[in-house]
Design a protein around this ligand. Structure first.
Ligand code: FHN
Length: 439
């Protein structure tokens, strides 16, 4: 394909190696939080049930904005205890958190100078972000802000720029967006990055130069800031990756409720975000359909690590600020697993070995120890390992508590079986092998 002239493509190099980005990579597991006015109706409008994503209810139920905005008069999350949230996130093993500061509805969780549609005009009144940032930081968890550009409340938002009037309105909207983002960085200087969303409409796609300059501006305000690829389009309207295939932003964030399956993703950083039920982000009273089990979610996280990506697991707190029981249980189960096997996730990445059906290899870059995260025990209870030429297994053992007596068999050239013997478990587990180049 012919190379296009791109002026407003990437702002930063494709694989950043600065400490902030290294930390992002090492974190591997994050908590996503969707919280806003949509937690109040929680999937029901005027007694009618809508099974679609709760944070989109305004759209499903065709609620006029002035009616939706009245929800702010009811928003009073008295149970909100960010220290409790942070301690749950820590217990689960999350090393970073991404919180919706403003979702598509336009409501802001912080008192913004640039709108009245914010927390200060609710019965609760107090800033929700400040204590959140403090509590998570105290727990050692990096804080990132989700920010939806798409804004159902703002009068100057446009889906497309069809007239001169649209263009003028959208210019004002761009100023508003830049002001709010600068405000967030200035008010909460420990924020590590921004997770942009609602960037798919024609108006934003036609604003490649603006988003380029905005990314630059934000990174000038806060050096080291990390921004997802979803923020950007180039001047030709190409999103995430510019017209020549160069990633924009610092990591690819198109992986939503789906995971990559092969190593083609390795050339840039990436993150997958995941819901617990099929497609609910904000709090919905009824979780319909399949609800993922802790084991399924753990396996997804492992798969991400094995392909050098991050895993961001979503939570949708209730209107009063409490966390639903299903999510509390998840925290415990994932947390127990991470306590035993977190070393196969944190700081780890693609191990450079041929994938096997029993699960995933991960390894800390440069380390001789490889983690084998076993998710499916084969019928013959033997785990096949194929090593590249001139590499051999020097040592093998369970990570954490041994589940059986392991034995090693060489079955071919650089090819091994680890026999599991009598192993009984309901969870994925990890075996460490140490590699050597001397036999
Ligand atoms: O429309 C939103 C949706 O509500 C949710 O916030 C997800 C999270 O990645 N993003 C959008 C859909 O891509």
């Amino acid at each position: 394909q012919e190379k296009k002239e791109v002026q407003y493509g990437p702002v930063s190099p494709e694989k950043r190696t600065d400490p902030a980005m290294e930390k992002w990579r090492d974190n591997r597991f994050g908590q996503f939080i969707h919280w806003g006015l949509y937690a109040i109706p929680a999937g029901y409008w005027k007694g009618k049930y809508y099974k679609g994503a709760a944070e989109w209810l305004k759209s499903w139920a065709k609620v006029p904005m002035n009616e939706w905005a009245k929800l702010a008069e009811e928003f009073n999350p008295e149970q909100y205890d960010p220290e409790e949230w942070a301690s749950m996130a820590k217990q689960m093993g999350a090393r970073y958190v991404v919180l919706t500061t403003k979702h598509h509805e336009g409501f802001c969780l912080w008192p913004s100078q640039y709108t009245d549609f914010d927390i200060s005009n609710t019965p609760y009144q107090k800033d929700l972000l400040k204590p959140f940032v403090e509590a998570y930081n105290k727990a050692g968890i990096d804080v990132y802000f989700y920010y939806s550009v798409l804004d159902w409340y703002h009068p100057d938002w446009r889906y497309a720029l069809k007239s001169e009037e649209d263009k003028q309105a959208f210019e004002r909207f761009k100023t508003f967006t830049k002001n709010q983002l600068s405000e967030l960085i200035e008010r909460y200087p420990s924020v590590k990055g921004f997770w942009f969303d609602g960037t798919w409409d024609a108006s934003w796609k036609a604003s490649g130069q603006f988003s380029y300059e905005l990314e630059k501006h934000m990174k000038q305000l806060k050096p080291g800031l990390i921004i997802n690829s979803r923020m950007r389009a180039d001047e030709w309207g190409s999103r995430h990756f510019d017209s020549n295939g160069q990633m924009m932003g610092d990591y690819a964030s198109g992986w939503e409720r789906k995971l990559p399956t092969d190593t083609s993703v390795l050339h840039n950083d990436w993150e997958a975000c995941m819901t617990v039920p099929e497609n609910q982000w904000g709090y919905h009273k009824n979780w319909e359909g399949h609800v993922k089990t802790p084991t399924e979610l753990i396996e997804m996280m492992v798969r991400c690590t094995a392909l050098s990506g991050n895993f961001l697991l979503n939570f949708g707190p209730k209107e009063d600020g409490s966390i639903r029981e299903e999510e509390q249980l998840l925290v415990k189960e994932i947390g127990n697993w991470m306590e035993q096997y977190g070393n196969a996730i944190y700081n780890c990445a693609y191990a450079g070995l041929e994938k096997q059906d029993w699960g995933y290899f991960t390894r800390e870059p440069g380390s001789k120890t490889v983690n084998m995260v076993v998710c499916n025990i084969p019928v013959n209870k033997a785990l096949r390992i194929q090593l590249p030429k001139n590499l051999f297994i020097q040592h093998y053992e369970y990570m954490g508590k041994p589940l059986s007596k392991l034995t090693l068999e060489e079955i071919g050239k650089n090819e091994y079986f680890i026999h599991l013997g009598k192993v009984k478990t309901k969870q994925p587990f990890v075996i460490n092998i140490q590699l050597t180049s001397e036999k």
